[in-house]
Ligand binder design. Sequence first.
Ligand code: ATP
Length: 218
Amino acid sequence: MKRKEFVVFGLGRFGKSVALALADCGCEVLVVDDNEEKIHDIADRVTYAVRANVTDAETLGSLGLKNFDGAIIAIGENLEASVLATILVKELGIPYVLAKVQTETQAKVLKKVGADMVVFPEKETGIRIANKLVHGNFFDAVELSSTYSMMEIGVHEDWVGKNLVELGLRSTYGINVIGMKRNEAFNINPDPKETLRQEDILVVIGKNDVLSKLNVHE
Ligand code: ATP
């Protein structure tokens, strides 16, 4: 299978960590930054590191980005450069463009010029950490889409002693139980007639708003 190819513009903390993580996942990674030192530091850890200004359309056009799978725009506060890089990669036909932003205005502008997704890394990390601190039983969720996630949830006090048939979680909350953890053993085909214990953990898929409410019960 062809290895996925990504281009990362900007090697701030976010851009650099995304680039290195993609390389660790076995992807081909091209990074672009106009800072010589940053390019030098990362050069032997990615496929190709190019010192260039992203506003230089000619140089960027010569990088052969046409068939890349995705672009990450991580240029920080320089909105003009982010806008130009987004437009350029979209014009080249790169199917997925993710841009790092700091404000709602930047998010709006970059979406308008074609970014498929915008992320607020500091804000999102802050919210995730606060959730973990507040809800003792908060487990990591896997985002399946902007609406649905897969998540581990604890057994609510009033669920203890009942089984999945009796609880009817699908009809009550619209969630599907796809697995259960008990004493470190993971069962991907839980018996719906099995009586739940306080210490059990259910792996469920459902709507984000429902899941976040189900997580706050202690
Ligand atoms: P982080 O919070 O992820 O560290 P940041 O948003 O504070 O990042 P910077 O630290 O400013 O952003 O990093 C942005 C990177 O983008 C820098 O390495 C900088 O050299 C690079 N950069 C900024 N403008 C351009 C440009 N026009 N062309 C190429 N690289 C650029």
